[in-house]
Structures are given as structure tokens and as C-alpha cells.
Design a protein around this ligand. Sequence first.
Ligand code: SAM
Length: 283
Amino acid sequence: MAEAVLFIVATPIGNLGDMVPRAVEVLQSVDLIAVEDSRHSGKLLSHFHIKKPLVAYHDHSDERRVNGILNKLQQGGSVALISDAGTPLISDPGYRLVKLAREQGVKVVPIPGACAMTAALSVAGLPTDRFIFEGFLPSKAGARKKQLEGLKKECRTLVFYESPHRIVDSLQDMREVFGTDRNAVIARELTKTFETVKNGSLQLLCEWVLADTNQQRGEFVVMVAGDDTKVDIELSEDVMRIVEILAEELAPKQAAALAAKITGVKKRELYQFLVTDSSENNN
Ligand code: SAM
């Protein structure tokens, strides 16, 4: 019997030219394609002359639907999962299917391609050595603010997905919680006609989006610089020298880890010293 494979296939986030050749080959070769929305994916598939049986899949699909896909795999069939855009499972359906498939010993193979998060980070000009992906913030104001409060002291770059209905509210809440001066970047409509990447303080970005309703349309990735307030600890001259010398040869994370072993100072404090220091040098 043929080996069962579940392919997790990324599709473009706007520009069909971003479809990778391997994704087309795989979609042309599988027995079944699980899609988020058959009308939406139908357009993409017909563009690439792919004619395959489709089945709708969501993480809340009923058991029968999910078992149908798993049965196909157990019989040695191959299945591809795609979402409406980008990489499945990244704020998109797929988690339940991948988990069950792996539990049942099915081989799960990624076909990488577009993802709004990585595309946005790659052009933002914010630190990318460490970042956290928060996906969509809660829609209710109270829950959203609470979530943002919990991220206030986070020193890694923060990445959020946002919709046109909530971009203004979310930006205003970010400004209130993180402060007017915190640096951020909005990446809108990436790979599409009205692609816009704008950086500035949260104050500036709020004013800019409010002043132009066109900037409230489309799809958004909002990235916010991590908290760079100086740690409340004085590093001695020697410690600073050691970590700075190491940082000449190593990435900040590794330099901080090694300096922590040498000096006994906490890794997080040394890391924060390095990233704060380097962003100040860049200004
Ligand atoms: N799985 C997708 C991925 O890999 O990026 C994300 C799917 S999620 C349901 C949709 C959200 O992703 C949008 O609301 C927006 O925040 C972001 N997004 C998708 N396409 C985008 C684009 N072309 N430009 C900016 N953000 C985009």
C-alpha cells in the first residue's frame, strides 16, 4: 500500500505569483484536498489547473468529517490541507487534523511558502532574532486590553494579526498600554496592489491610520518593538566589556548566554543590555 501522507501546503497571501512550484505539484498529485472554503480555494486551484476532490475542513468540523479525512490517509491515500491564504495552522485551521494524523502515525509533510507574519517581519526593520506571535487580539475591548497589559514588559518584538474592523481600536489600545513613544510597524496588504509598510511611534501610526480611511482597509500585520526600558540593575564596567566583546563575534542571545556563564549575571539582563545598547547606537 502507498504511504499515507498529509501535506500541509502554503498558498499565496495575495499575489498568485508567490505560489511555489512544489505546492502546485503536490496539489496535482494528491487524492484529496482539504480546504477552508471551497469557493475561495476553487479560484486558486482553477488558476493552476488543479482538479481534485475537495473537502471542507475546520478545526471545529464534526467528527465524521475529520474521520473521513483520516480514513483516507489510513487507506494509504494522500491528502493536502490548504487554507484561504498563507500557511495553514498559522491563525488558520489545521491543528486538530495534524495532531490526530501524527497520533495515528501518519507522515505529515510541510510545503512551505507565504506567511503574512514572516513576510511582515522580513521588512519591518524591528529585531527579529527573537519575536512572539500573538495572532489576533480578542475582539472585546476589556479582554484585548488585558492581553496587551500582559505583554507590556515583553522585550521581544510582538507580532499581531489584525482585521480592518478592529485596526483602529487595537492601535489605540496598544498606544494606551505600551505608550505613545513605543516604535511599531504596520504591514498592510502585503504582496497586493496597495501594499504599505509604515513605521513610527504608536502615536504617529494612530494619527496616520485615523487620518486616512484607505489605511483602515485590507489585511494587517502589526508589529510592536519589545520593551527596551533599561533593566534596573547596574552592570559593572567589566561585565559590560565582556558582553560587548562577545557580541562582536556572536549573536546577542549567544553573547548574553556565554557572558552569563562567565560573570554570573542573569542572561536576560545581559541580553536586554545588548539589545537596548545596539538600538540606541542605531538612532
Ligand atoms: N495563515 C495565514 C498566514 O500564513 O499568514 C494567516 C491567516 S489569518 C486568518 C488572516 C490574517 O493574516 C489577516 O487578518 C491579516 O492579519 C494577516 N494577513 C493575511 N494576508 C495578509 C496580507 N497580504 N497582508 C497583511 N496581512 C495579511
